[in-house]
Design a protein around this ligand. Structure first.
Ligand SMILES: NC(=O)c1ccc[n+]([C@@H]2O[C@H](COP(=O)([O-])OP(=O)(O)OC[C@H]3O[C@@H](n4cnc5c(N)ncnc54)[C@H](O)[C@@H]3O)[C@@H](O)[C@H]2O)c1
Length: 346
């Protein structure tokens, strides 16, 4: 269940939704979000596990730390894990909850714009492994997700900008009329700091994601793959630059521009559509140029692209923008040059 509200939830109210006692709960946070967890918990007798912040902490060691804390604290199958933080914390907490004693209760308090609009919704959990984003993971939706607008007040500008990458993606997957309205709201929220527009965009992104996930919860060949718009290029960029060097949302925004260029080459995206997408990304301050500045190791980028999780034996799958929405397209390995060219690699 999703709770969009201004303030953090009270601990008693949160616990009542799970029928657990404070001593059966484990809060997972990073150093930047621990304050929120402590404000929820107050003086109650709950456990805490504090992880390092950011993408570089999205690894097995962090998952192990959560499991170890739960084990040492004597938590059983009736435990509740509460992830308080951005997408990294909710992905890690969700994964740990999915495997601890074959699955315990799970609640998220999402504190980043990207988390609120994407990561905390839809049930995908995981961590990075062997330099590949989210190589290991599970589907394990949180039973309760809290989106508390007050937490955005402390979110650094860079992370706020990152959130708009996924918001733009969601708007592009929406209906044509809704899309035009969202594009205007995105400009207003970014350029004029319009809070009403931001609130509508958060709700829009959640609605779009929920609609798609409901149709194909386990990404078994249905529409859920469309949520990967921009992500094949983005994940290759993130892993070749080094995790944490570029925010996820910035990588996704750049990936959307690459997908639009690839769509033009494949004859799917019209030039007008490609230009309007790239214009919106530029106006909202995203890098769309190719190759990505600072991407020195193009061989590593190409290798990362080819090892994407969405690959098949003789091709790579990309989500390509259409006039309205997007479509999943397989590019044969013999045509991979088109993909490289779209990312500025000749
Ligand atoms: N599970 C999914 O469906 C899904 C979808 C999209 C993205 N993701 C994942 O989400 C991750 C990115 O999430 P993110 O952008 O939230 O990154 P993040 O969790 O690393 O948070 C970004 C930074 O902001 C800090 N922070 C978070 N909330 C704060 C607040 N309110 N005040 C101050 N600082 C705060 C964090 O400590 C961190 O340093 C990626 O690993 C990505 O793969 C998952």
């Amino acid at each position: 269940m999703l709770n969009i509200q201004e303030s953090l939830p009270g601990f008693n109210e949160l616990l009542s939704r799970f029928s657990v006692k404070p001593e059966q709960t484990l809060f997972v946070a990073d150093k930047n979000t621990l304050g929120f967890a402590k404000r929820i918990c107050r003086d109650a007798n709950a456990m805490f596990c504090v992880l390092n912040a950011g993408e570089t902490a999205k690894n097995w060691q962090s998952v192990r730390k959560v499991l170890q804390r739960a084990h040492k604290g004597g938590l059983g199958r009736d435990a509740l894990f509460i992830g308080v933080g951005g997408g990294v914390i909710t992905d890690l907490t969700g994964f740990a909850a999915s495997i601890y004693m074959r699955g315990v209760g799970l609640c998220f308090v999402s504190t980043s714009l990207l988390g609120m609009t994407d990561a905390a919704i839809g049930g995908k959990t995981g961590f990075d492994l062997f330099q590949i984003k989210n190589l290991a993971g599970s589907f394990y939706p949180a039973a309760q997700v809290y989106i508390c607008m007050e937490t955005l007040a402390t979110l650094p500008a860079k992370e706020r900008k990152s959130g708009f990458g996924e918001i733009i993606k969601s708007a592009m997957l929406d209906s044509k009329t809704a899309q035009a309205e969202s594009f205007a709201q995105i400009k207003s929220a970014v350029l004029e700091d319009n809070k009403t527009a931001l609130c509508s965009l958060i709700k829009m992104a959640i609605r779009v994601k929920n609609e798609i996930v409901e149709e194909d919860p386990f990404e078994r060949g249905g529409r859920r793959a469309l949520l990967n718009l921009g992500h094949t290029f983005a994940h290759a960029l993130e892993s070749s630059l080094g995790f944490g060097m570029v925010t996820h949302g910035e990588a996704v925004a750049w990936g959307i521009a690459c997908a639009a260029r690839l769509g033009l080459k494949l004859g799917i995206t019209t030039e007008r559509r490609m230009c309007s997408i790239i214009e919106l990304l530029n106006q909202t301050g995203y890098e769309t140029g190719v190759p990505y500045p600072g991407l020195k190791n193009s061989a590593m980028f190409c290798a990362a692209l080819k090892s994407d999780k969405k690959k098949s034996s003789n091709g790579l799958c990309f989500v390509i923008p259409e006039e309205c929405g997007a479509r999943l397209v397989r590019v044969e390995l013999k045509d991979i040059k088109l993909v490289y060219q779209s990312a500025g690699i000749e």
